[in-house]
Design a protein around this ligand. Structure first.
Ligand code: AMP
Ligand code: FE
Ligand code: FE
Ligand code: ZN
Length: 280
């Protein structure tokens, strides 16, 4: 069992980087990557503790990318090193965009009669603030009963308090990861919400922009979809990766390495990815 897609308290997970590594060890995982949203802040600690605990580890990040389609586009970047100076400015811009967006969402919620403040959000979050923190706060303050209800009623794309983030173009995001000696991988292709034929041609386009891999194994991918992606990866020469998208209590049904229960990411995904990184 391995897991190449996880979140810590540096973004919207609820386990600290060290706790995440120790959980991985307890659960018997054979390799792990930390891929927080728009930040590398958790990586040095995770890298160090993974070394101490003897868990094979890759550094990662997950960036939201512009997408003119029905769903949403997240790009994963994988690296050998936790220090990524070439990415710092890009990530800083994304974090600024997130801050502005959070302010706007607070305003929208207040206009809807939901009395929350940025300070309350900052007390909940230890790193980058995202919608899961809004959801938790709304539950705590009794405006909704569950985080799901918070998303449904207020936070999901199209809901009244939703504000899109200012994002990078796919080309730009892919190039930034390559410049930082990283490997760019399309996260959870299911969330693009494209039909197989459209997805096929979009993958080819992304390949031309420098994309190197697809996350074929993912909590929300069924077997047919994973097989489809494995086939596409072979056709286009992509690496394949996989992970649960573990967020701790912010996605309580998802278990590290196991997803909803039947996720199984082959160890070779980690080994091939690492080998390719060592060539860069
Ligand atoms: P943000 O980066 O602030 O746009 O928040 C995106 C994060 O919100 C995702 O990574 C998930 O952790 C979470 N999320 C998005 N949609 C939902 C949903 N419908 N229910 C629960 N969590 C969600
Ligand atoms: Fe998240
Ligand atoms: Fe994602
Ligand atoms: Zn994620």
């Amino acid at each position: 069992m391995i897991d190449l897609h996880t979140h810590s308290t540096a973004s919207d997970g609820t386990f600290s980087p060290s706790e995440l590594i120790r959980l991985a060890k307890r659960e018997g995982l054979k390799a792990l990557a930390l891929t927080d949203h728009d930040t590398t802040r958790g990586l040095p600690e995770a890298y160090e503790v993974a070394r101490e605990e003897g868990i094979p580890f890759l550094c990662g990040v997950e960036i939201s990318v512009k997408f003119n389609g029905p769903g949403h586009f997240h790009l994963l970047g994988y690296f050998l090193s936790p220090e990524l100076p070439p990415l710092e400015e890009t990530l800083k811009a994304l974090q600024e965009a997130r801050k502005r967006r959070n302010e706007l969402m607070v305003e929208k919620l207040r206009a809807l009669g939901v009395e929350i403040t940025l300070t309350e959000l900052e007390e909940i979050a230890k790193g980058e603030i995202g919608r899961p923190h809004f959801a938790r706060l709304l539950v705590e303050k009794g405006y909704v009963r569950t985080p799901d209800e918070a998303f449904e009623k207020y936070l999901r794309k199209g809901a009244p308090a939703y504000v899109p983030k200012a994002l990078l173009e796919p080309k730009e995001a892919i190039e930034k990861i390559l410049q930082a000696k990283g490997i760019p991988v399309l996260a959870h292709p299911i969330t693009l919400k494209l039909a197989p034929k459209e997805l096929s041609s979009y993958l080819k386009e992304l390949k031309e922009l420098g994309l190197r891999g697809v996350e074929a194994y993912y909590s929300e991918h069924n077997r047919d979809f994973t097989n489809f992606l494995l086939h596409e990866a072979q056709r286009l020469g992509f690496l394949t990766t996989g992970g649960s998208d573990f967020h701790g209590a912010n996605k309580p049904d998802i278990r590290l390495g196991r997803g909803f229960g039947n996720l199984r990411v082959p160890k070779e995904c980690f080994e091939r990815l690492k080998k390719e990184l060592e060539k860069l």
